[in-house]
Design a protein around this ligand. Structure first.
Ligand code: ACO
Length: 428
C-alpha cells in the first residue's frame, strides 16, 4: 500500500501520510490539512469516518466479531481472568502479577470509604430520580470531597484517584440502588473480592446475613468484564474530550455517565426489558411482535437484536448467553417476562428475516435477562453497565493524558447569516 494519500483542491495537490495500526487499520493523517490548504476542513457528523486518537487499549472488528483488550481476546479474559485483573490490564497495560494485583486490591480497599456527607446529597434526591442522574452527580461530587484529585499532573495523585474511583464507585452504585429500595446505606466488607463485595453492598438486608451465590458472582464478574471497554464509543469519547481540558478524573467520568445514560447508548438494556414487559402486558404473543418487527410500515424493532458494529455476531453475547442460562437454571426463576425473552430469541434465531440480516440477540439482551433475574430494578441496568465500563473510562482518560493529547475542539462549517446591520427594536 502507498504511504500517502493525495487530495486535490482547485487543481492543487496535497499529500497526507497514511497511518497503519498494528491490526492494519489505515487512516489518513490530516493534522496539517488546514495549514497546507489555507483553511479547508473536513465534516463528519457522528465521526463515522474520523479517528479521534491512536489507542493501544481495545481492538474490535465488527465484521469478524473480534473484541480484544490490550491484545487478549475477550473470550479468554472472560474465561480465565476476573474483573479486577481485567481492570488492571486495561488501566496499566499488562496483566498484573499476583503481587501487583494484591497491591492494587489493597489500595482500592483503602480508598473505598465514601465521606458520610455524601449520604446527605443522596437524601436530597427524590426517590423517583433516575439512578444514572444520581450516579453522575455523586461521581462529580467526589471532587468536592477529594479536592487534590484535580491535580492531574501528579502521577502519585492520579494513582490515588484511580484507586479512589475504583473503590468508591461501587459504594455509590449500591447506595443509589439501596436508596431506591428504601434500604440503609451500608458499607461492604473488605474481606470479600471486588465483585462479591458489590453484590453484598447491593443486596444485603439489615436483618439477615448475606449469602454469596457463586453463579451470580460469576455472571456479574463476566458481565463487568464484557462491558469494561469498547474503544471510542460515545461515553468514552466524552470522557477523553472532557479530560483533554485537563479536567479531573471524577468530573470526566461523571460526564461519561451522562453520555452512557442515553437510550441510544447504555440505555438499550433498559429498553429490552421495557419491550418484554410491554409484550407481556399485551398478552404475551411473541409471534405478533415478531411480525411487527418485520413489518416495514411498523416502526417497532426487537430491542436487543442487531448491533451497529457487530454485523455477524456479538462476541460478548455468545459468552453471556452461557452465564444467563446458568443463572436462570440456578435461581429457578419463574417469570413470564423471561419466558417471553426466551421465546423471542429462539424464534428470531430460526426466522429467515432475522437470519438473513444477521440480527442476533446482542449483549444487552442477555445482560437485561441476568439483571432481571438477579432482582436488579430495570432503571439500574445502565448503572450496572457504568460499573463495568469504569476501568475502560479510566484507561482511556489515562492514555489521553499520557499521550499529551491536545484539547478536543472540533471545527464546524458555519451555515448561518452573513454579516448584517443591527436593527433597533422598533424597526424589527
Ligand atoms: N428488529 C427488526 N429489524 C431490524 C432490527 C431489529 N432489532 N435491527 C435491524 N433491523 C433490520 C432493519 O430494518 C434493516 O432491514 P432492511 O435491510 O430490510 O432495511 C436491517 O435489519 C439492517 O438494519 P440497520 O438499521 O441498517 O442496522 P443498523 O446497523 O443501522 O442498526 C441497531 C443497528 C441500531 C443496533 C439496530 O439493529 C437496532 O435498532 N436494534 C435494536 C436496538 C438495540 O438493541 N440496540 C442496542 C445495540 S447494542 C449496544 O449498543 C451496546
Amino acid at each position: 500500500m502507498s504511504k500517502t494519500a493525495t487530495l486535490e483542491i482547485d487543481g492543487k495537490k496535497h499529500e497526507f501520510p497514511l497511518i497503519v495500526g498494528t491490526e492494519n487499520e489505515v487512516a489518513i493523517d490530516i493534522k496539517t490539512l488546514r495549514a497546507v490548504t489555507g483553511g479547508v476542513t473536513t465534516i463528519d457528523p457522528g465521526y463515522k469516518n474520523t479517528g479521534a486518537c491512536e489507542s493501544a487499549i481495545t481492538f474490535l472488528n465488527g465484521e469478524e466479531g473480534i473484541l480484544r483488550y490490550r491484545g487478549y481476546s475477550i473470550e479468554e479474559l472472560a474465561e480465565k481472568a476476573d474483573f479486577l485483573e481485567v481492570a488492571y490490564l486495561l488501566i496499566f497495560g499488562e496483566l498484573p502479577t499476583q503481587e501487583q494485583l494484591d497491591k492494587f486490591n489493597a489500595d482500592i480497599k483503602e480508598q473505598s470509604v465514601v465521606d458520610d456527607d455524601i449520604k446527605k446529597i443522596i437524601d436530597a434526591f427524590p426517590k423517583s430520580a433516575h439512578p444514572m442522574g444520581v450516579l453522575s452527580s455523586l461521581t462529580s461530587a467526589l471532587t468536592a470531597f477529594n479536592p487534590s484529585s484535580v491535580n492531574v499532573d501528579s502521577e502519585e495523585e492520579m494513582y490515588k484517584t484511580v484507586c479512589k474511583i475504583m473503590g468508591k464507585f461501587p459504594v455509590l452504585v449500591a447506595w443509589t440502588m439501596r436508596k431506591k429500595n428504601g434500604l440503609p446505606l451500608n458499607y461492604g466488607d473488605s474481606s470479600l473480592g471486588y465483585v462479591e463485595n458489590i453484590l453484598k453492598m447491593m443486596f444485603s438486608k439489615p436483618n439477615e446475613d448475606y449469602k454469596q451465590n457463586e453463579i451470580l458472582v460469576n455472571a456479574l464478574d463476566k458481565l463487568l468484564i464484557l462491558h469494561a471497554d469498547h474503544e471510542q464509543n460515545c461515553s468514552t469519547s466524552t470522557v477523553r474530550i472532557v479530560g483533554s481540558a485537563h479536567t479531573g478524573l471524577f468530573a470526566s467520568i461523571s460526564s461519561g455517565i451522562s453520555a452512557l445514560w442515553g437510550p441510544l447508548h447504555g440505555g438499550a438494556n433498559q429498553a429490552v426489558l421495557e419491550m418484554l414487559e410491554a409484550i407481556k402486558e399485551d398478552g404475551g404473543d411473541t409471534k405478533k411482535f415478531m411480525a411487527k418487527a418485520k413489518d416495514k410500515e411498523d416502526p417497532f424493532r426487537l430491542m436487543g437484536f442487531g448491533h451497529r458494529v457487530y454485523k455477524n455476531f456479538d462476541p460478548r453475547a455468545k459468552i453471556i448467553k452461557v452465564a444467563a442460562d446458568e443463572v436462570l437454571a440456578d435461581l429457578g426463576v419463574e417469570d413470564p417476562v423471561l419466558d417471553i425473552a426466551k421465546g423471542l430469541a429462539s424464534e428470531a434465531l430460526s426466522d429467515e428475516y432475522f437470519v438473513k440480516r444477521k440480527l442476533y440477540p446482542n449483549v444487552d439482551f442477555y445482560s437485561g435477562i441476568i439483571y432481571r433475574s438477579m432482582g436488579i430494578p430495570v432503571e439500574m441496568f445502565t448503572v450496572m453497565f457504568a460499573l463495568g465500563r469504569l476501568p475502560g473510562w479510566i484507561a482511556q482518560w489515562k492514555e489521553m493524558r499520557a499521550r499529551k493529547e491536545p484539547i478536543g475542539r472540533p471545527r464546524q462549517i458555519y451555515i448561518g447569516e452573513n454579516l448584517r446591520d443591527f436593527k433597533t427594536i422598533e424597526k424589527r
